[in-house]
Design a protein around this ligand. Sequence first.
Ligand SMILES: [Zn+2]
Length: 373
Amino acid sequence: MRFLTADYLYPLHISPIKNGVLQISDKGEVVAIFKDRRSVPKDKIEIFQGVLCPGFVNAHCHLELSHLLGIADKGKGLIDFVRSAIRKRDDFTNEKIQLTIEKAEQQMIDNGIVAVGDICNTIDTLYQKKKRKIQYYNFIEAVQIYEEDVESTISRNLEIRNKFRQHGLQATVVPHSAYSCVPQLLTEISKISDEQDKIFTFHNQETPSENELFSLKSGIMFDWLNKLGASKVIWEKRNENSTKSVLTHFKIRKNFLLVHNTFTKKEEITNNYYCTCPKANLYIENTLPDYNIFDDTLLCVGTDSLASNNSLSILEELKLIQKNSQFDLNTLFKIASKNGAEALGFKELGTFERGKKPGVNLISDFKKVKVVA
Ligand SMILES: [Zn+2]
């Protein structure tokens, strides 16, 4: 048994407790919370400076892209970023890819991340994930801008999904975004969904040209897709906004986690989970979402990939959110742990509720994370 205390305890299911004590078993399971240090045997208490909060949930990452660190110039916009990623993705050996995946995961562990919502286009991360050092919800990402190739895309995605599932790993096929998926693909994704799927996710309103594509049928994304010979059904007869043009194709009622939302307006917010990746937004589009528009009980945070970020640290992301919002520290920690755990269905994580095994982070001066349990 361990008794951990610090200046403040942030259990997240209840209000912060000054000098509160967290009792955990040797396996990291929460046993009890004490409001008074005097209720605990003196010789057993471990006193830390700073605050204690549950392990972080990185709600959006692409671990398999870890080798692409620094590939794109900053602030050039999403389309330039995607082009750079496509151009450089074949320049790496499998060894290099595996090594960077392992290192990136270790970086997350060192930064107090206990679970990840991870986008997969390949099975590159499977080897590392089988080691079960942290928990993953694997989102198998489908992209298809040509109607005639929908069938082959779906069967490839199903194959990847099944490989993850064969190893007991949670996996769900999801669309990449409104602009990169023909409507038929969305319908097919909805059709192949089963009871193992808890939530879907997609990249939402990451760039202004995505909104222009649907509302005006013009702009640089429109031009880019046309140049690629994309099926016009992507934007034709879809006058809804980007978010709705995906959601309307899902007949089953499941939760969604909408990622980025950098150019989302208040009136476009739906009753779903939202994920912000502030450092990646600054890297790619040099802008941030308006944090006033979100319901803070449904807001999660992610690092995105090392292709669009220089670290995989939820605390770094929180610092940016703090600077650009009115959220207090308790809300910021909920965004970092509780909300992500709820969204992704990690029942043992996210709060210091009795019986959970959420991991324990010590944050000193809101600068450093130390994993204490
Ligand atoms: Zn992403």
